[in-house]
Ligand binder design. Structure first.
Ligand code: HEC
Length: 202
């Protein structure tokens, strides 16, 4: 099948909406997609592709794999808060389509600094590895929505160990991200939506 046009959209909620003639895009603002591929980490620019040191390698991988582009607050808006990198995003990601329903389900990229209460400080290495490679939440029950764990599923054990080692060295930040919002409920915080759309025209 020929894909004639693909458009990547990312939007933020804004303002209030009228109830008549629902235009699915009326509540959204298009973001500059370049802001969405930035992947800020604690120490930007410290790439070390050949480094065998576990922590340095972990930092390199976290930067390469773009963890900060979701897990650092403000990154979606192109304004990452680098005083608190990787401490979670107050802007959520819709995992059901806001184009079809008024109030989509939303998850918030969590705090992955080693803070014990609000981050992953009390998670075991295995729990963190499972979240990254298999998208399994802490208690092993729920699938993590929207995190691109499928892309990370073939990371080697060494690479995952490096990522975990690095995450354990990041400054712990006390920051609890908003609770996820079930579909149909109105979210109190903003959110973005990632989607790929194919034109129906040939
Ligand atoms: C496209 C955005 C995105 C990217 C990129 C991303 N994550 Fe996530 N991640 C999420 C979201 C959203 C959640 C929470 C999902 C949920 O609550 O169901 C999450 C959850 C997690 C969790 C579980 C912690 C928690 O509090 O739920 C860990 C650990 C994690 N991510 C680590 C990483 C690492 C390490 C990387 C880079 C290799 C990464 N993530 C890249 C979006 C992302």
């Amino acid at each position: 099948m020929k894909v004639s046009q693909m458009v990547l959209l990312a939007m933020l909620t804004a303002g209030c909406a009228s109830e008549q003639a629902y235009d699915p895009l009326q509540d959204y603002e298009e973001l500059d997609s370049s802001t969405l591929v930035d992947a800020p980490t604690a120490r930007p620019g410290s790439f070390a592709p050949g480094d065998r040191d576990l922590v340095n390698r972990g930092e390199y991988l976290v930067e390469l794999l773009g963890c900060g582009s979701c897990h650092t607050n403000g990154a979606f808006e192109g304004n990452p808060d680098m005083s608190r990198p990787l401490s979670g995003s107050r802007t959520g990601i819709a995992y059901t389509s806001p184009l079809g329903v008024r109030f989509p389900g939303i998850v918030y990229p969590g705090n992955i600094t080693p803070d014990v209460e609000t981050g992953i400080g009390s998670w075991s290495d295995e729990q963190i590895a499972n979240a990254i490679r298999a998208g399994i939440g802490r208690h092993g029950k729920r699938r993590i929505a929207t995190m691109p764990w499928q892309s990370y599923s073939r990371l080697s054990d060494d690479d995952v160990a490096a990522i975990v080692s690095y995450l354990r060295t990041v400054e712990p930040v006390r920051h609890r991200v908003p609770t996820e919002v079930a579909p149909g409920r109105r979210a109190k915080e903003g959110f973005v939506y990632f989607g790929v759309y194919r034109s129906r025209e040939q």
